[in-house]
Ligand binder design. Structure first.
Ligand code: ADP
Ligand code: MG
Length: 240
């Protein structure tokens, strides 16, 4: 039996204590498999970003368990968690978060080098990740010399470099025009089809149509889930 790439079991998150306490998530059960792209939709404040933070080990849940690739995050020491994050989990945010003073390929190689890999070994892996998002010819460019969509594709390459398996994307197309957003989604879909798994927060139902499953979050709970048939997504994607 194959293990889920990501599993959340009864995850709750509370911010603050006493009268000012906010329950951001309550009793979330959710799993993502390899090869699966799951879209998360919900109004502002419904808990989507909190969900991604706990799924990626950036925040610890108040109760419940998060399991990534068979590892119970609550059992890991801070250092082990940092290693798991660097090796297995890729985050993509709305504002790209690229480092402006280094080139595209250096941005992509950075997580590997931070993990102790030599530059000589990291470079070809970064080049491979850039090739997968069709940016080989922009490898030496600095972020400021790339379009928004190209910058986001660099961020995708950085999120998957070295075979990271879990991609967590928080409204990654929010700052892009819709055409460019579609290109970015297509790249994300390709990485998932190549064996990664992804949680994608989006408010755009057209973008959610790239997902295998759509999870609706309301007031910190899962309000509903819809599995998408491949025929249906093909139709919404315009038969690409
Ligand atoms: P979304 O991403 O869907 O907009 P969030 O996960 O950011 O939702 O927020 C969920 C709830 O938790 C909201 O009520 C928000 O105000 C609250 N919240 C988020 N982050 C914090 C924080 N660091 N401290 C206190 N409350 C927070
Ligand atoms: Mg958010």
């Amino acid at each position: 039996m194959s293990e889920n790439l990501l599993r959340l079991d009864g995850v709750s998150v509370q911010y603050g204590t006493g009268v000012t306490a906010v329950t951001a998530l309550s009793g979330i059960d959710l799993s993502v498999d390899r090869g699966e792209l799951v879209a998360v939709m919900g109004t502002s404040g419904s808990g989507k970003s909190t969900l991604l933070s706990v799924a990626g080990g950036l925040a610890r849940p108040t109760s419940g368990e998060v399991i990534v690739d068979g590892q119970w995050l609550s059992q890991l020491k801070a250092k082990q968690l940092a290693v798991l994050r660097r090796r297995s989990i890729g985050f993509i945010f709305q504002d790209f978060n690229l480092i402006p003073s280094i080139s595209a390929i250096e941005n992509v190689a950075l997580p590997l080098e931070l993990d102790g890999m030599s530059r000589r070994r990291a470079r070809p892996l970064a080049a491979e990740a850039l090739a997968a998002v069709e940016l080989t010819d922009r490898a030496q460019h600095y972020p400021a010399d790339l379009s928004g969509g190209q910058q986001q594709r660099v961020a995708i390459a950085r999120a998957v470099v070295g075979g990271k398996s879990l991609i967590l994307a928080d409204e990654p197309t929010g700052a892009l025009d819709s055409m460019t957003g579609e290109v970015v989604l297509k790249m994300l879909r390709a990485r998932v089809d190549a064996g990664a798994g992804a949680l994608l927060v989006t408010h755009d139902s057209k973008h959610a149509s790239w997902a295998d499953r759509i999870v609706h979050v309301r007031d910190g709970r899962i309000a509903g889930q819809a599995q998408r048939s491949s025929a249906e997504s093909l139709l919404v994607r315009g038969g690409q």
